[in-house]
Design a protein around this ligand. Sequence first.
Ligand code: FAD
Length: 422
Amino acid sequence: MSDAHFQFDVVVVGAGPAGIAAACAAAEFSDRVAAVDDTPWLGGQIWRGEQARPKQSPAQQWLEKFRKCGATVLDRTSVIAAPEAGLLLAEHADGPREIRWQKLILATGARELFLPFPGWTLPNVIGPGGLQALVKNGWPISGKRVVICGTGPLLLAVANGLRSYGAKIVSINEQASWGALAGFGFGLLKHPAKLFQGAGIGMGIFGVPFRCGTWAVKAEGDEAVRSVTLTNGSKTWTEECDVLACGFNLAPNVELPVAVGCDLQRGFVRVDLMQATTVKNVFCAGEPTGIGGADCALTEGQIAGYAANEQSPRAEELFAERDKWHAFREALAQTYALRPELKKLATDETLLCRCEDVTLGRVRQFSGWREAKLLTRCGMGSCQGRVCGAAAKIVLGWGAESVRPPVLPARVGSLITTENQR
Ligand SMILES: Cc1cc2nc3c(=O)[nH]c(=O)nc-3n(C[C@H](O)[C@H](O)[C@H](O)COP(=O)(O)OP(=O)(O)OC[C@H]3O[C@@H](n4cnc5c(N)ncnc54)[C@H](O)[C@@H]3O)c2cc1C
């Protein structure tokens, strides 16, 4: 193997909880396992920076297990294309890489979902998860007034985290109704660990106004956001802030699975009981199969790792646990389903594609995503449609008909290598 050419029995793309669990399980039965991730750390979104903490958390235990399992780590390596069966093309700072596999496990996770509304592109309007990541990396938040809105359990977790860094949380505004949240809370009785986690967060944000059935309709400011207008459908009011954290739960990273040829089902990668996709020898685990949280990702990852080594009995031992997390995943989807009002927040003047400055009004003139893309350049900027494409799916009901490489932004040199492989 040279620095640019790699060959493994099992390649796992993504080193979040799903990928780490998959690599650990696969490495029990194979000496040639690799985990590939575009970040410089292990653990994906939820466990970033966890390595530095001495405590015996489940995250630490999994990271420790992974370090000892013998899998090769290819970090800072973005998989950008899958030109043929058994081959991935990736990009590293040192240049393009070619990674050959016998079995492939896709554990590419999810990203935050943003929906456009007037003012959503102002500086300091940011996704809650992104804000949390910035703050963990040293972005100063102490004393800043933060309004949090959107949907999903991340809103409360982020509020709690930001408060511990000294942020002044003005309010938390969840678009889901109180009824939906109460039903979800009741269901948590079946998951005592989650209930305990929720109680800890609740104590951390004690005293902060928490509203359900409330969403942002407009952000205003100059060189940065200064205020946000909120509504509960009958009453509308404005709150001043220095930072607006707004995100609508998560969207699965299905671009690479689609590029590999995997079928989707209701927007997620279709898998069977063994986490096998519709493509031979390709498995998928974690958020691309459904937004279910880290425990669900860990269980699916282990099943995929065993199944990729044809260890069905070991995989089957985990089916009951996965069923439990799938019920939790279903409850999450129902509780945090987006209300129809959110699709109508953007006006014709609101930017849909912030990379290429394309308004919703311009995009709306076309019949679908492909035509709008060709004629306006929407989705062709640095996010490659990962933000506006996901928003167009909700706001306009359009899906991307196909995925073209690169699935992540890449250098021209890497693309030339990709073309040469075709
Ligand atoms: C910004 C953000 C913050 C979050 N914060 C929290 C939190 O505080 N608490 C919480 O409970 N949950 C949080 N979540 C949700 C949590 O990340 C998931 O529930 C869980 O980690 C899913 O695990 P996963 O392994 O499926 O995916 P992830 O943890 O997302 O891991 C996927 C990994 O794959 C890598 N990857 C994707 N595509 C490629 C590619 N083409 N090439 C190479 N690498 C690739 C990604 O960089 C990532 O490291 C957050 C999610 C996001 C998006």
